[in-house]
Design a protein around this ligand. Structure first.
Ligand SMILES: *[C@@H]1O[C@H](CO)[C@@H](O)[C@H](O)[C@H]1NC(C)=O
Ligand SMILES: *[C@@H]1O[C@H](CO)[C@@H](O)[C@H](O)[C@H]1NC(C)=O
Length: 226
């Protein structure tokens, strides 16, 4: 009964938003689509198998855990373009190795992480924006000079944003706040345009392009349907 009422309420809100022209409900990612984009993490055994082979037991996530945080972030940062959503998912899948990792292990940079594997410079800004009070406590006397933070400070700060909502939201935060010229721009991250993704990787994320990124983008682009 409550479930039905909720569904009706969500449908009405979706209709309302669609009429407003934002296509917010149309633009959400379904679990079926995410399972197609990242088939390994559709299996319930995925994280257990990864934990036994790697010894890393607290970082892996299934698609079923990722889907709600991803959709919350899509709404929170108002990312409605399919090209932007595909790019952000492809980025996070590449960096986290299909949701296996939440922090950097190779080589093991302290303070680098989330599903985007953002460097400490971005992680600290992200944590500060999302959790300002906890952030102030975590940085202590090192204050806003993030370059001087020691390893224990970095660990305390990154721990604030490793929860699923924040970690899977990181790519959407980055796009809209750190690379805003790629967001809602009719000539960037166009729907189905791999060259646009390559440009985002190189000039927006500012990292190197390779064939694995292209392969993941292609799989995600085929999987995500609105
Ligand atoms: C790390 O930096 C914080 C803040 O400046 C300081 O309180 C703490 O003692 C430092 N920890 C170590 C192990 O140096
Ligand atoms: C901080 O962590 C890095 C990476 O694990 C390590 O190489 C470095 O020695 C650590 N620094 C200190 C002061 O412990």
């Amino acid at each position: 009964m409550l479930r039905n009422k909720l569904l009706i309420a969500i449908t009405i809100v979706c209709l309302f938003i669609s009429i407003g022209g934002h296509a917010a409900c149309k633009g959400l990612v379904s679990l079926a689509a995410l399972n197609k984009a990242n088939p390994e993490a559709a299996s319930v055994d995925y994280c257990n198998n990864f934990a036994s082979s790697s010894g890393i037991s607290d970082e892996c996530a299934l698609n079923s855990a990722a889907v709600s945080p991803i959709n919350k972030a899509i709404r929170k940062y108002k990312v409605a373009s399919r090209g932007e959503i595909v790019a952000t998912l492809a980025w996070m899948l590449y960096e986290s190795d299909n949701w296996k990792y939440n922090i950097n292990h190779f080589p093991g940079n302290i303070g680098q992480g989330t599903r985007t594997m953002m460097s400490w410079n971005y992680v600290s800004q992200y944590a500060k924006q999302l959790h300002p009070n906890e952030y102030e406590q975590a940085v202590g006397s090192s204050g806003d000079d993030v370059s001087s933070a020691n390893n224990s400070t970095k660990t305390a700060v990154i721990d604030l944003v490793l929860n699923n909502d924040d970690s899977f939201g990181a790519g959407f935060w980055y796009l809209t706040t750190q690379a805003p010229s790629f967001h809602n721009n009719p000539s960037k991250l166009r729907d189905g345009n791999m060259q646009d993704f390559q440009e985002y990787v190189q000039s927006g994320i500012v990292t190197s392009w390779n064939s694995d990124r292209e392969a993941i983008w292609t799989t995600v682009n085929d999987a995500i349907v609105f």
